[in-house]
Write a protein that binds this ligand. Structure first.
Ligand code: TMP
Length: 207
């Protein structure tokens, strides 16, 4: 099967929403259809990004909100230039775990950084590149926390209030970007969620 151009698809949602599992299932499905795809993620898919990810998820001293935001943006700028843009030029389907909406949901809606300013900074980091499609995996915050288990990184260790703000932030972002974002009910089992995911991506790629 041939797909005529590259597509940029992002997987978003609060920690524990199951987006990474869905991303991998989509890659396997596209592989079976012989459609070239790449799996990528933020933060941490480039060499520079791997160092930033280590700091972002495991630095154990206080981090200023703005410092956190700029580190995610730095990772994104590097990722767009050296991974996403080249893959799009090569007509790949890019399956990306987190992108601009994570900064809006976490640093904006949950930490309280200004949304308009994040939109502006995201544009600089991405040179204006937006996903063709974003799927937000929406899950009840309690269920998400239970799925995470005991070993949590710096962001995952934030309290329930923080994660509720992340979830509501995503729903708000989806409402404001209906042309690009679809919300999937991720409270259901993996197979059911995958059926919804497949349908949405199938429509985009005309499969
Ligand atoms: P991951 O666990 O999905 O790999 O994501 C790493 C963590 O980073 C997750 O808790 C969400 C957070 N994050 C932000 O706070 N802002 C961002 O811009 C991105 C990309 C991730």
């Amino acid at each position: 099967m041939r797909v005529e151009r590259g597509y940029f698809i992002t997987f978003e949602g609060a920690d524990g929403c199951g987006k990474t599992t869905q991303q991998k299932l989509v890659a396997k499905w596209l592989d079976e259809l012989n459609i070239q795809n790449i799996l990528t993620l933020e933060p941490g898919d480039t060499d520079l990004g791997k160092n930033l990810r280590q700091i972002l998820l495991h630095y154990d001293k206080p981090v200023a909100n703005a410092a956190e935001m700029f580190l995610y943006l730095a990772d994104r700028a590097q990722h767009v230039k050296y991974v996403i843009e080249p893959a799009l030029k090569n007509k790949k389907i890019i399956l990306c775990d987190r992108f601009i909406d994570s900064t809006l949901a976490y640093q904006g809606y949950a930490r309280g950084e200004d949304i308009k300013e994040i939109n502006f900074l995201n544009k600089i980091a991405t040179e204006g590149l937006e996903p063709d499609l974003t799927i937000v995996f929406d899950v009840d915050s309690k269920t998400a926390q239970e799925r995470l288990g005991q070993e949590k990184d710096r962001l995952e260790s934030e309290g329930m209030e923080f994660h509720k703000k992340v979830r509501n932030g995503y729903l708000e972002i989806a409402k404001n970007n209906p042309h690009r974002i679809r919300v999937v009910d991720a409270n259901r089992g993996i197979e059911e969620v995958f059926l919804s995911t497949k349908k949405i991506i199938g429509e985009l790629l005309k499969l």
